[in-house]
Design a protein around this ligand. Structure first.
Ligand code: GZL
Length: 315
């Protein structure tokens, strides 16, 4: 029995039109809010969704993969139109990605990678080239120290693409400098608190840091925590010990303007727009999409820190 037998044609047209005008619903599983950069990334995605009239179901996993997987399963059960995942670590994603594929729900990976690229389990990944970020940080430091530097390294989250690849890029460059050595390397889990705690321990183990030339931190958050530890050890960060990092968050520009840090490679947090572009095109039937869409960022130093901070503060 067709509804149109009961309703005037005009009302059936209105019903159809209103159905097709229903907002696209997208589930977004976010790592957490461990850093200023992550918060900017989340806020940027939410603002872009609002601008486009997309209904965004947002889940903060507090850096726990099991919470991310639960959220993705919930999105599948709710029958969302698409899913975006910013994975905390690379492994353990294939089962839930297969479930999304069986439910015919397209998935876009944002920022860090998943170990599932060969199986057609996601549409595309949108991310920065983390290896190049590590190379750029190392090139800056080698230029600054003529390749003669004993380095402490604060690693990001163990198993996260950003940590794996930044380390790879940095080590690739310093391999050409026999007098550049990473003397200690430990994870600070991308957080300010852990970065300070781990730096305190590394300084204690390294003669109070007196023979250390530089700190290489996989993100600004840990570097800001470490700067506090360097000061408490009686050293001047940015002078006695150079500080180089990645992300380009406002607080780090402030630290550079204050002379407490020296350089950072900016990481673009605006991943929502390219992700929504891909999803909206896919939902309209476009099946052509790059497997990787790369974002870029510049290296910033103290020379422009004050003006860059003024542009970013409070944003
Ligand atoms: C890298 C991203 C990292 C940031 C950190 O793209 O995954 O995670 O560099 C964040 O600030 O915690």
């Amino acid at each position: 029995m067709k509804i149109s037998q009961f309703l005037p044609a005009a009302m059936v047209l209105v019903l159809c039109a209103s159905h097709s005008a229903l907002a696209t619903t997208i589930g977004f599983s976010q790592v957490g809010s461990e850093s200023g950069w992550r918060t900017s990334f989340s806020e940027s995605v939410k603002a872009e969704a609002k601008k486009r009239g997309i209904e965004l179901k947002f889940s903060d996993a507090q850096q726990k993969q099991e919470n991310q997987i639960k959220a993705v399963r919930s999105f599948i059960a709710q029958g969302v139109d698409a899913i975006m995942i910013a994975p905390v670590v690379e492994t353990g994603w294939k089962p839930v990605l297969r479930e999304a594929k069986r439910a015919r729900i397209p998935v876009v990976i944002l920022d860090r990678n998943v170990d599932a690229s060969g199986d057609g389990l996601f549409l595309t990944r949108i991310a920065s080239d983390f290896v190049e970020e590590g190379r750029r940080a190392a090139r800056w430091l080698m230029d600054e120290t003529d390749g003669n530097c004993r380095i402490l390294e604060l690693q990001g989250t163990v198993g996260a693409t950003a940590a794996i690849d930044r380390m790879k890029g940095f080590n690739e460059v310093i391999a050409d400098f026999p007098d550049a050595t990473i003397v200690r390397s430990q994870t600070g889990e991308f957080t300010r608190t852990k970065g300070k705690e781990v730096m305190e321990a590394m300084l204690k183990a390294e003669n109070g840091g007196r023979d250390i030339c530089a700190l290489w931190s996989h993100n600004d958050e840990m570097a800001i925590g470490a700067i506090q530890a360097i000061k408490e050890a009686g050293l001047k960060p940015g002078t006695d010990m150079l500080v180089v990092s990645v992300d380009g968050v406002p607080d780090y520009f402030k630290a550079m303007a204050d002379g407490d840090a020296n350089a950072t490679v900016e990481l673009n947090p605006h991943l929502g727009a390219p992700a929504f572009d891909v999803i909206e095109a896919y939902l309209k039937g476009d099946r052509k999409v790059e497997k990787l869409i790369t974002t870029t960022g510049d290296l910033f130093t103290q020379a422009t820190a004050a003006e860059e901070y003024a542009k970013r503060a409070g944003k």
